[in-house]
Design a protein. Structure first.
Length: 169
């Protein structure tokens, strides 16, 4: 879409301004665009990952294990922190990843009651191929922005996320 041409959010904002001229809906436009961009990017990135046999949500877990470095294992608590998932969400995904042969659970030698989750050889091969596809797709999605635009957007989003994270504490 050429710059300056109205988008989906512009139409929503126009309707609100017509119906409620007393409200400043500029923040609604910004947050709406952020959420819509995230949704559309998620959908597009999931398509690329499906080509590697990855279900939605699997990539983040496999990537967290791969980023951990050798021996590519974490306990479930560290995995939750690395992926921002709930314990229930982690458990379900891990069950499916184990069934798919991409991760294995094993006892934690440092904690009798603990478990470690480790990438299998197959899991490591899959995530190594998938991350290349993922990064290429992210670059493709962002090519409508100049390098300067990307740096500026990154700074602004970092500031926004810092403020949102502080608000959660």
């Amino acid at each position: 879409m050429p710059e300056g041409e109205p988008d989906h959010i512009d139409r929503i904002i126009e309707q609100w301004r017509r119906e409620r001229p007393d409200l400043d809906v500029s923040s609604l436009a910004l947050v709406g665009r952020l959420l819509r961009a995230g949704h559309l990017a998620d959908r597009e990135l999931a398509r690329g990952l499906a080509g590697h046999g990855l279900q939605p949500g699997w990539f983040d877990l496999l990537a967290a294990l791969r980023r951990a470095g050798r021996p590519y294992e974490l306990n479930p608590t560290d995995l939750m922190a690395a992926t921002m998932l709930s314990s229930g969400g982690i458990t379900k995904r891990l069950d499916r990843l184990v069934e798919a042969g991409l991760v294995e659970r094993r006892p934690d030698p440092g904690d009798r009651r603990g478990t470690l989750v480790r990438l299998t050889r197959t899991g490591r091969a899959v995530i190594d191929r998938a991350i290349e596809t993922h990064v290429a797709n992210e670059e493709r999605l962002l090519r409508v922005l100049s390098s300067a635009d990307k740096r500026r957007l990154d700074r602004l989003l970092r500031r926004l996320l810092t403020g949102l994270d502080k608000g959660r504490q």
